[in-house]
Write a protein that binds this ligand. Structure first.
Ligand code: UN1
Length: 499
């Protein structure tokens, strides 16, 4: 049944001033409309910013542990709704139920972590260089946070941004991806039910070109956090730079899994299957390059291809399905384009490469798990993010060559090495240019309480997750308290003057 959803601005559910709507459809069956949503404009964003601005002074004054309690209530509601939201997410976004449950769970973990952080938000003190003077620091909220999120983790990624932004005392204008607005609106309803004051969290649905741009260009938004593509990310950095906004970007990857001859091959195959084809390859942490040492190549590839052939593709609501559809037609076309590019570049298409259209697949965006062998490191299929169930396999002669290949891309999010040799593992930790390195585990599956993000063009130096996300959503205030009762001069008074 299709629902009519609205924007949530200043504690009220409202239509867009445009009067227009857009649809969200099920990628496993495009005849199913999940809901219709306001196609919002600059004016709607201005209203949301106004509401967030009005709510900010009061929200900021509530002590962080008390803000945390409201977020804990929201998280408890999320726990109760886990199954319902997971089912909605599978219908709206396509990934299989086990994974959508995991997605909601990641939101839950993040919410409880933020609740705990309400009693921490640690700052540091340092000795003053002058007597009878204290030097302290505090974290302050930035102000209004503009949060722009992707469709591949429809609850987890909004949760990563919303919970810490709110806990730190910011108010929020949230623009979810146009492919998953139902999950986003349902998530916002939970905060309303938990008693979040009006205006503290606002959602405005619509396109990047309208709503996203309006957020970027609004002078009253102090910090923008975005997860998505390099193209949009650099546009955001450019505009935010012009307006001197804080900005945090997480922009994808071309994540390698290295397999060395000493590896437990079955474990490495398990990891590669999950990393490359889990979430239909649509994670920014997905394994999109397998870098396999020549001595183990045939053994690994034989088992990997056999297992990949057996993966069950279908509607994610069927608990036995392992690989759901891709998100939409545009994404499917992009994957098809990369398959063509790979073939033209001379890579060998070992498995898959086609869209599925028969029977139950007829009305969905299903694509076969796809393996390219004979890939050279400089081919486009080894360099560019495809964001689908496509993995490029590169054969190497040594660990040094594996590092060179792994590091030879502009991205640097996640990475993995399978080896039983401690020296190889330690070298990988040192030498892989990535924000995350796994040893004997796949490139996906980061945990919410540790820093998440990447180096090089994957981001702009920030880390979401863990304690580091609070650097994004707070500003430091340094306080000096001089209780000497006289004028003391830093850098000028000597210790003899102080005696
Ligand atoms: C993403 O794809 O943008 O580490 C996030 C992982 C998940 C998060 C992925 N916890 O794979």
């Amino acid at each position: 049944m299709s629902k009519e959803y609205k924007n949530y601005i200043g504690g009220k559910w409202v239509e867009s001033k445009s009067g227009k709507r857009f649809e969200s459809r099920n990628p496993a069956n495009w005849e199913e409309v999940i809901g219709t949503f306001p196609k919002s404009t600059k004016e709607d964003v201005a209203d949301a910013v106004e509401a967030a601005k009005k709510a900010f002074p009061r929200w900021k004054k509530i002590p962080a542990p008390k803000r945390g309690e409201i977020l804990r209530r929201a998280t408890e509601i999320l726990v109760e709704r886990k199954e319902e939201l997971a089912r909605l997410m599978t219908r709206e976004m396509g990934k299989v139920l086990k994974e959508t449950r995991g997605d909601v769970q990641e939101g839950i973990d993040t919410g409880f972590y933020a609740f705990g952080e309400g009693r921490r938000l640690f700052s540091q003190n340092a000795p003053s260089e002058l007597p009878d003077k204290l030097a302290l620091t505090f974290r302050l909220p930035v102000g209004i946070a503009g949060l722009i999120t992707p469709w591949n983790f429809p609850i987890a990624i909004p949760a990563w941004k919303i919970f810490p932004a709110l806990l730190a005392g910011n108010t929020v204008v949230f623009k979810p991806a146009t492919d998953t607005p139902a999950c986003a609106v349902e998530f916002v309803k939970i905060f309303e039910e938990a008693g979040l004051p009006p205006g503290v969290l606002n959602i405005v649905t619509g396109t990047g070109a309208e709503v996203g741009e309006a957020i970027l260009n609004h002078p009253d938004i102090g910090v923008v956090a975005f997860t998505g593509s390099i193209e949009i990310g650099s546009r955001i950095a450019e505009v935010a730079g012009k307006h001197l906004k804080k900005v945090s970007l997480e922009l994808g990857g071309k994540n390698p899994q290295i397999v060395m001859p000493s590896a437990d091959v079955d474990l490495a195959v398990d990891g590669a299957l999950w990393g490359a084809f889990g979430t239909t390859g649509q994670r920014c942490t997905a394994t999109s390059r397998l870098i396999i040492h020549e001595d183990i190549y045939d053994e690994f590839m034989h088992r990997f291809i056999e297992r990949a052939k057996g993966l069950k593709i279908g509607n994610g609501l069927d608990e036995s399905v392992e690989v759901g559809p891709v998100i939409n037609e545009a994404q499917l076309r992009k994957i098809e384009m990369y398959v063509r590019i790979g073939q033209e570049e001379g890579a060998h298409l070992t498995l898959g490469g086609h869209r599925l259209t028969d029977g139950e697949y007829a009305k969905g965006w299903f694509f076969e798990p796809t393996i390219f062998e004979g890939v050279k490191p400089d081919m486009r299929i080894a360099q560019e993010e495809i964001f689908g169930p496509v993995v490029s396999v590169i054969k190497v002669k040594s660990l040094d060559e594996a590092f060179e290949v792994a590091n030879g891309v502009k991205y640097g999010l996640s990475s993995s090495i399978y080896t039983r040799d401690l020296r190889e593992a330690m070298r990988a930790i040192n030498e892989l240019e990535a924000g995350i390195t796994y040893v004997n585990a796949p490139t996906i599956g980061a945990e919410c309480h540790l820093p998440f993000g990447g180096v090089k063009s994957t981001g702009n130096g920030h880390r979401e997750g863990g304690w580091t996300v609070y650097e994004i959503f707070t500003e430091w205030k340094t306080v000096y308290i001089d209780f000497s009762g006289k004028l003391q001069k830093a850098q000028i008074d000597t210790w003899e003057d102080m005696e």
